[in-house]
Design a protein around this ligand. Sequence first.
Ligand code: GLU
Length: 323
Amino acid sequence: MTRTRMGLAVIATGATLLALAGCAGDSSPLPSASGRATTGTQAPGQAPAQAAPDKSCNPRASLKPTGTLPQPGHMPAGSYMAEIQKRGRLILGTSQDTLLFSSRNPFTGKVEGFDVDMGRQIAQAIFGDPDKIQIKVIAYDKRVSSAMDGSVDIVADTMTANCARWKDVNFSSIYYEAGQRVLVSSDSTAKGMDDLGGKKVCAASGSTSYDNIAAAPSKPIAVAKAAFGDCLVSFQQNEVDAISTDDTILAGMAAQDPYAKVVGPKFTQEPYGMAMSQKHPEFTSFVNAVLAKNRANGTWTATYKKWLGAFGAAPAPPAAEYR
Ligand code: GLU
């Protein structure tokens, strides 16, 4: 059976993940692009649509935690955490089609994954109850604006912390180190982006991945879709030749499509942070205190094992950097 007959993606089982997932390779950094929304298709040879990479900051350095963490249920008066406590739930912005990080479990109807657990751990710290969370599914190109306009308290959505985005939102300290790779048909001879010149390569609109495809020296044709799930459907219908995004997202896709494989090393660094409004810097410091506690007490490692244990032993959690 060929890939064209596959139809829509199916949800993977844990066993499929074990069999198919691949996560390896060194990072050799390409410029991390703006990540601002870009749509449509870029013709081969056309100038990349995005501005020059912004290297004006250290995107990994976040706001330092201050003082000791307040007890759950006792958020400091006047703080944004107290507002959330009063509301009775934390509002988390994320996606619902990123298997392992944030995807809807077809049996429970709930959105779950590593990113969702990052949010649940913040709810735990505020309320003493990880279930006091409302999940809002947002498009990739709405991650920055949703954090800015307060429609969500926090975004945890395979989101790369970069300088362009730091201009509009605060990021937490880094909670995961990803990198961009390429997914092609299992019968493809392509070994990476260098072999995809003139080929259609899909990524989500508003993702750093799209910008990196558009800027690739081999000049692939960058195709933007609203979500990576849409890229997978286009790939399965032979509308695009490849998908390129973070290794994390591609591993989840490969697990859903036995006619797909992930090739080549990581060719970018995509450090994930949770995004928040800049209006409440105390909330960013609080989130960083929770992350620091959870790195130290083994919660981060347990979360890694729960969602990504199929890829092998958990690495050390990313070290926090502060500005
Ligand atoms: N991590 C990249 C980004 O934040 C690409 C994947 C994604 O869109 O989540 O843009």
